[in-house]
Ligand binder design. Structure first.
Ligand SMILES: NC(=O)c1ccc[n+]([C@@H]2O[C@H](COP(=O)([O-])OP(=O)(O)OC[C@H]3O[C@@H](n4cnc5c(N)ncnc54)[C@H](OP(=O)(O)O)[C@@H]3O)[C@@H](O)[C@H]2O)c1
Length: 292
């Protein structure tokens, strides 16, 4: 007599484990929450004729990263390694590289997502806030990319996705260091992309506007009312558009039609016009901490 198989019966766990073992890894920084976590889900899910990727996730200690790793591993049947570290601490990019090498993780996708910033007057900021912004958004990103590049080149296709922001294209009062740190990421990514043109490595830079990630960001989006809501997206929407753009080899990925219009128009406007607008917009929420 024929017995109907349940969906679980049809999966041979041994075959599945060995298939997962042979897959390449995506290394994602800042993956415990927000956009980083959504990007991890998107890589593990696969889709667009791609199988789910194994993951190597990094975030600050005590961020619940272990729980996130186990959860993704169980739901998507991929392998997920995780490392808790402060990427602004001296020597941490080198320690991250050693961890990848010692575990022999075949990393073909690098996603530099971790980033911080503050939204307040420069004269009210602390030296530590400014230092953390530059150390994480720029120095750690450059060092991790440099250290991982030889590994990425080993693969028939390697990818780098650097997370910047739409803020990268404008002078932004009340975010006087964050916005330039993201401009650095855009120009670094475009330059590296050109250098890698004849190699197997493709470099893209993601420039989102508001993302409804942590509570602070959501409160700020709400404070901007209708305009805030119109230009903002959920983390999974941004992650899906980011990965589509990355696989397609796009140079600059701006999620959301309205945000692409803002960039196209705003880029050519004189700073004498842009500054008062960005000042009014970001001055409204100044005083609260938020990465974007
Ligand atoms: N949210 C927005 O509106 C927006 C807009 C444009 C661009 N972006 C960019 O998108 C990226 C992600 O933003 P998000 O809103 O998802 O941020 P988030 O929710 O605050 O998450 C940031 C992630 O980075 C980790 N992280 C922070 N400092 C770190 C450090 N020193 N070392 C290692 N990991 C660290 C955090 O770990 P913990 O969980 O332990 O804190 C967390 O996993 C950032 O680069 C941000 O600038 C965000």
């Amino acid at each position: 007599m024929w017995k109907l198989k349940s969906s679980n019966d049809s999966i041979d766990p041994t075959q599945e484990r060995s298939a997962a073992c042979s897959r390449p890894y995506a290394l994602i920084t800042g993956a415990s929450q927000g956009l980083g976590r959504a990007l991890a889900e998107e890589c593990a899910r696969g889709g667009h004729k791609r199988v789910g990727m194994n993951l190597a996730l990094v975030a600050l200690p005590d961020s619940g990263l272990a729980r996130v790793a186990r959860d993704i591993e169980e739901r998507h049947r991929v392998r997920v390694e995780h490392l808790e570290m402060d990427l602004t601490a001296p020597g941490s990019p080198e320690a991250l590289h050693r961890w990848i090498r010692d575990k022999r993780l075949p990393v073909s996708v690098l996603i530099n997502n971790a980033g911080v910033g503050y939204n307040r007057r420069f004269e009210d900021s602390t030296l530590r806030e400014n230092e953390s912004c530059i150390l994480l958004n720029n120095l750690a990103l450059v060092k991790i990319t440099r250290l991982l590049l030889p590994e990425l080149k080993h693969h028939s296709r390697g990818f780098v996705l650097n997370v910047a922001s739409l803020a990268a294209f404008f002078p932004i009062p009340f975010m006087p260091v964050y916005a330039p740190s993201k401009a650095f990421i855009v120009n670094f990514s475009l330059a590296l992309r050109e250098e890698m043109r004849d190699t197997s490595v493709s470099v893209s830079v993601l420039c989102p506007n508001g993302i409804r990630t942590n509570g602070e960001c959501q409160r700020k989006i709400a404070a901007h009312g209708f305009i805030g809501e119109m230009v903002s997206l959920n983390p999974d929407q941004v992650a899906a558009q980011a990965m589509r753009g990355l696989w397609a080899g796009k140079s600059i990925i701006v999620p959301g039609f309205i945000n692409r219009v803002i960039l196209a128009v705003g880029r050519h406007a004189p700073s004498s016009l842009v500054c008062p607008i960005t000042s009014a917009f970001y001055g409204k929420t100044a005083g609260r901490r938020c990465p974007a």
